[in-house]
Design a protein around this ligand. Structure first.
Ligand code: PMV
Length: 327
């Protein structure tokens, strides 16, 4: 095998029930199960080539050669795939996002899902989706959920069997035309990334209570999705996001990802819902606010964010498909 390559595309995802904290940091085995929607059109496209003449793995993100920790993390994931394929060749990885990275829009999810699929295909592997999801998880936990499409659940998996912690589709993208209207309030990279954040979760006295009550929220969230019940979904999604941020804020040292505009949007979204607009908020490890709403009110939510709250940059995404190879 002198030289082989493959290109894969994966979508970002937004969690309705959040993943925060690991029971095994290295394998990225989560402290709790989570549930998300894969986001159409917010993509990472990654090409992986293996060549027997190369001495070293090279990593380019957005056209720029990576060094240090960013490169190491990609190389570690290449190792995961090389071990699975029993392959020793060095690789060249080239990756591009069509949305801003490091802002609380889960770029690591789409990035490690696309990397894992492209590397596996370039290594000559054709893996079933559950196995790809479990492999992608080792690069970034939430990447497990960017392998399948639509509405997705990531299970904790059995003790001693890391390969069973994977994500699968509970409803296809066309099941419910929910829309994520994302208020991008900052494009600066976040100061504390989620890998360090997960490690801090256990320092919060609230984490144990959050984790203990996930199964009940997850069941309610799954039921709300499967019955397309927006009012029920809204309450549970906001509660779960607030619980994760309560853990973040009470970690040692505390992580405060919100900006004043984040809180202004949260309050407005709750007021709009009380006035009859079907919209709710959820926030990841950054200040941007994901406003989930029925597709028919997405334009109105977008307009209000822009006109009432002066949000200049808004991204809109419906439910997306699974990670795929470019033919
Ligand atoms: O996959 P990571 O390590 O970037 O963790 C993502 C964590 C959150 O986005 C904050 C929550 C989630 O479930 O996506």
């Amino acid at each position: 095998m002198p030289s082989t390559g493959a290109t894969a595309i994966a979508n970002a995802n937004i969690a309705f029930i959040k993943y925060w904290g690991n029971r095994d940091e290295k394998l990225r085995l989560p402290s709790n199960a989570s549930l998300s929607m894969t986001l159409a059109g917010l993509e990472t496209e990654t090409t992986v080539e293996f060549n027997d003449g190369w001495q070293r793995d090279e990593v380019f993100i957005g056209g720029e050669a990576q060094t240090g920790a960013a490169r190491e993390r990609v190389v570690a994931q290449l190792e995961v795939v090389r071990a699975r394929a029993a392959l020793g060749l060095r690789a060249r990885v080239s990756s591009r996002n069509n949305f801003p990275s490091g802002t609380g829009i889960a770029s690591s999810a789409s990035a490690f899902a696309a990397l894992t699929l492209a590397a596996a295909a370039a290594a000559g592997l054709s893996l079933p989706e559950p196995e790809l999801s479990a492999l992608a998880r080792q690069g970034s936990g939430s990447a497990a959920r960017s392998v399948p499409g639509g509405f997705v659940e990531w299970v904790m998996g059995e003790e001693g069997k890391p390969e069973t912690s994977l994500a699968y589709t509970i409803a296809p993208p066309e099941y419910w035309d929910l829309t994520d209207v994302i208020a991008v309030v900052s494009q600066n990279p976040k100061s504390v990334g989620s890998t360090s954040g997960h490690a801090l979760a256990k320092t919060s006295p609230l984490q144990a209570a959050r984790v203990a009550t996930v199964p009940e929220r997850l069941a309610r969230c799954r039921e709300a999705v499967l019955s397309r019940d927006f009012a029920r979904l809204a309450d549970i999604v906001e509660l779960d996001s607030n619980l994760m941020h309560a853990v973040m804020m009470t970690s040692m040292p505390p992580l405060i990802y919100w900006e004043p505009i984040t809180i202004a949007i949260m309050k407005s979204v709750r007021r709009w819902r009380s006035e009859g607009l079907p919209v709710c908020f959820t926030i990841d490890a950054g200040p941007n606010v994901h406003c989930l709403c029925a597709a028919e009110v997405a334009a109105e939510v977008h307009r209000r964010l822009h006109d009432n709250l002066d949000v200049k940059r808004v991204l809109v995404a419906g439910p997306g498909g699974p990670a795929r190879l470019r033919s």
